[in-house]
Design a protein around this ligand. Structure first.
Ligand code: DI6
Ligand code: FE
Length: 408
């Protein structure tokens, strides 16, 4: 393949090894070879060896280039929607009350079980295309609305097929312990056993699982139940993520840290011991401002304490039909700043470099650096902070995934 040279641009590399805010480079150029970044830096220093056929040149007219965005926490595969519950909540019923009355996640489970592989895939393709339009090249997708062996597998197949259709990088996460399905109402231990002994190993045997997650919460699963699925993940050699401390403090983040988890996610109710455990283990804190906003949570995640402890912070859409029907990555960046007081630079790092780290792909994508994937977004903005500043910025003008431009 011929090299592609992007010229006359500015870079926000997000590479912490480069000095200054955003790892910025003015008057820059970039060489893309075989889907990867072969070189990036000041145009005056460009090293490029002549090739046959000669490299293709593209003049970006001074535009800003960032790493393509990484959405490290989504539930993009599901059947139906939850507009009815949205109305209920606006009439004063809480998210937890709806869940306890058998709605919430379980109503999506019903619709997901009734949906075919094609239907699930098509729905996910629509949503992934929207994320992609917003600048996302890499997405994490969880199961967790099947809650039986077959439907969890069908969801992960749909995730694989949808990402492939959209030409996006994907990591698939098994979330069997998301909610207790109605047929196991009085048999919690049997359900946990079903996930650990059948559902997760079966999905893993098909090569559909890149990580394991659980919902450690009063309306989800206890730390003891969560520990069981973590033990199984460890046995299978799979990395761990965790929905922790979203609605209450269950000590989930400590448990995740104990297992060397890639991340603990949500974290509104995280306490000091959880922060210390995450700092010691290197787990990423994935903050989800869309869920905070949509269920009108009032307790904010302890951002300053996470910073002080040196815990890396990522942000994500948490795209799902119940608590965060958020299709806009740029709005997510704005919410992270407005609701959680991240700086625009922290927010952008949170949806590039740190998100990639939370997904276990931090050595491949999420930065503009030699050897990294040429996953790049080209923005018509004067300053990088604008990407988080505008409320309703549709996305970048151009997007490259593995060096290929995606027709938006
Ligand atoms: N926490 C969430 O915010 C999503 N899952 C979870 O464990 C919500 C899922 C839903 O309400 O459908
Ligand atoms: Fe989630």
């Amino acid at each position: 393949m011929t090299d592609l040279i992007l010229q006359n641009c500015r870079l926000a590399t997000m590479d912490p090894d480069r000095p200054g805010a955003y790892g910025a480079v003015e008057d820059a150029a970039l060489v893309i070879r075989d889907g990867k970044i072969a070189w990036a830096g000041p145009a005056a220093d460009m090293v490029h060896h002549a090739q046959t056929p000669p490299a293709t040149m593209s003049d970006l007219g001074g535009r800003l280039v960032t790493p393509a965005l990484v959405d490290c926490h989504t539930h993009s595969v599901f059947g139906g929607d939850r507009t009815g519950e949205f109305e209920q909540r606006l009439n004063g019923v809480s998210y937890e009350e709806i869940a306890k009355a058998g709605g919430g996640i379980r109503s999506t489970v019903k619709a997901t079980r009734a949906a075919s592989l094609e239907e699930l895939t098509q729905g996910a393709v629509r949503r992934l295309k929207t994320l992609r339009k917003g600048g996302v090249a890499t997405v994490e997708i969880k199961s967790g609305y099947g809650l039986d062996v077959e439907t969890e597998i069908r969801m992960l197949r749909a995730a694989t097929a949808a990402a492939e259709t959209c030409g996006m990088r994907v990591r698939r996460t098994h979330l069997g312990l998301h909610a207790l399905p109605p047929e196991y109402a009085d048999r919690r231990a049997d359900y946990v056993r079903l996930i650990c002994e059948e559902a997760l190993p079966a999905a893993h045997a098909e090569g559909l699982v890149d990580a394991v997650d659980a919902f450690c919460e009063t309306i989800g699963f206890t730390p003891e139940e969560t520990r069981q699925v973590f033990e199984k993940a460890k046995e299978l050699g799979l990395p761990i993520r965790l929905h922790a401390e979203q609605l209450s403090d269950q000590g989930g983040a400590r448990l995740a840290a104990e297992f060397g988890a890639l991340s603990a996610d949500h974290l509104e109710f995280l306490d000091d011991s959880g922060i210390a455990a995450m700092a010691a283990s290197g787990a990423v804190a994935v903050l989800l401002p869309g869920a905070f906003y949509f269920i009108r949570e009032t307790k904010r995640p302890p951002v300053q304490a996470l910073r002080d402890a040196g815990v890396p912070i990522a942000i994500a859409t948490d795209l799902n039909p119940g608590s965060s029907p958020l299709l806009s990555p740029t709005l997510t960046l704005n919410m992270a700043c407005t609701l959680f007081a991240l700086t625009p630079e922290e927010a952008l790092a949170g949806m590039t470099r740190e998100a990639a780290r939370a997904m276990g792909v931090g050595a491949e994508t999420g930065m503009i650096r030699e050897g990294y994937a040429a996953d790049l977004a080209v923005w018509d903005v004067a300053r990088p902070a604008e990407i988080a500043y505008w409320i309703g910025l549709p996305g970048p003008e151009r997007l490259f995934i593995a060096g290929r431009e995606v027709a938006q």
